[in-house]
Design a protein around this ligand. Structure first.
Ligand SMILES: [Zn+2]
Length: 290
């Protein structure tokens, strides 16, 4: 029974991946969100059977059915990543339950099923940020602002409904974490005149705060910088890049002297790891220093 629902989470995640690919592409290219998908080259409408997540990419061998233009592997990678992340969140919330309790938990609104929805919401927003920043060095306000508001309100409601979550998701805790996330990047933005970080990072910081609470936000930021520094060691040692900077561009195509590595993907990775393992990391760190 667990495997059945886990597969369902996997399928749902792959559909979300397909949707997010389409969403970020349309946001970036300023296209309407309410039309049928079409091939960017030959403009042929994509039939439903060519639009099945994961499956269609393999059947079509990564080419458009009509004009044979290559479909980027990133579409498949996003669908697979979202499928795995959604399945992981399901496993994280419901592992080890008997079939009877599992059905009971899934079929009603309770602390576990709503926490899973919150996890999925956060995964979806950070994945959209990851894809968009990775591809185009920008994060649309249409993603980050609804993300901050919806995750903040969702968390607040969970805190109201369940005393177990009241401390983590109280007004004061969420406001503090959101301000710390946004403030951390605002200060850097202010003091560097926008050279170290971009305005998009301020919004991502706020979303991290609403998602992780306090002190989870600190773990998320620390992880992002840790993973970012591993990436920069790799770039210097293996790829022989001498000069690069992590940041967002305010406008796509803004001229810069250095190679630019978008920082959003690292923030997204840090946030998602901290979402599930933040408390474990805090406990580990406290044991380390005491
Ligand atoms: Zn085509």
């Amino acid at each position: 029974m667990f495997i059945f629902w886990l597969s369902f989470a996997f399928l749902f995640g792959s559909m979300m991946g397909s949707f997010l690919n389409c969403l970020v592409w349309r946001l970036y290219h300023d296209e309407s969100l309410w039309t049928r998908s079409h091939c960017p080259k030959c403009q042929h409408q994509i039939a439903w059977y060519d639009n099945i997540p994961l499956f269609s990419f393999l059947v079509l061998r990564a080419r458009c059915r009509h004009c044979q233009v290559r479909i980027h592997w990133q579409y498949f990678a996003t669908e697979l990543a979202l499928a795995l992340l959604f399945a992981f969140a399901f496993w994280y919330r419901f592992q080890g339950l008997s079939d009877f309790i599992l059905i009971e938990q899934i079929s009603s609104w309770n602390i576990h099923s709503l926490s899973l929805l919150r996890d999925w919401l956060i995964i979806a927003f950070f994945s959209a940020i990851f894809i968009m920043d990775y591809q185009w060095y920008v994060v649309a306000d249409e993603i980050s602002l609804p993300g901050i508001i919806s995750v903040f309100i969702f968390s607040l409601v969970l805190g109201w409904l369940w005393p177990d979550l009241a401390a983590a998701f109280s007004w004061s805790n969420l406001i503090l974490a959101t301000l710390v996330g946004a403030g951390f990047f605002s200060l850097q933005y202010y003091f560097s005149g926008g050279r170290w970080v971009g305005a998009g990072d301020i919004r991502i910081g706020a979303l991290m705060g609403a998602s992780l609470g306090w002190p989870g936000i600190l773990v998320g930021l620390a992880l992002a910088y840790f993973i970012g520094s591993l990436a920069s060691i790799y770039l210097i040692a293996v790829r022989q890049k001498q000069s690069f900077s992590f940041k967002h561009l305010w406008e796509p195509g803004e001229p810069t002297e250095q190679a630019i590595i978008p920082f959003g993907p690292f923030l997204a990775l840090g946030a998602l790891i901290a979402l599930f393992y933040g408390e474990a990391i805090i406990t580990w760190y406290q044991n380390l220093i005491l």
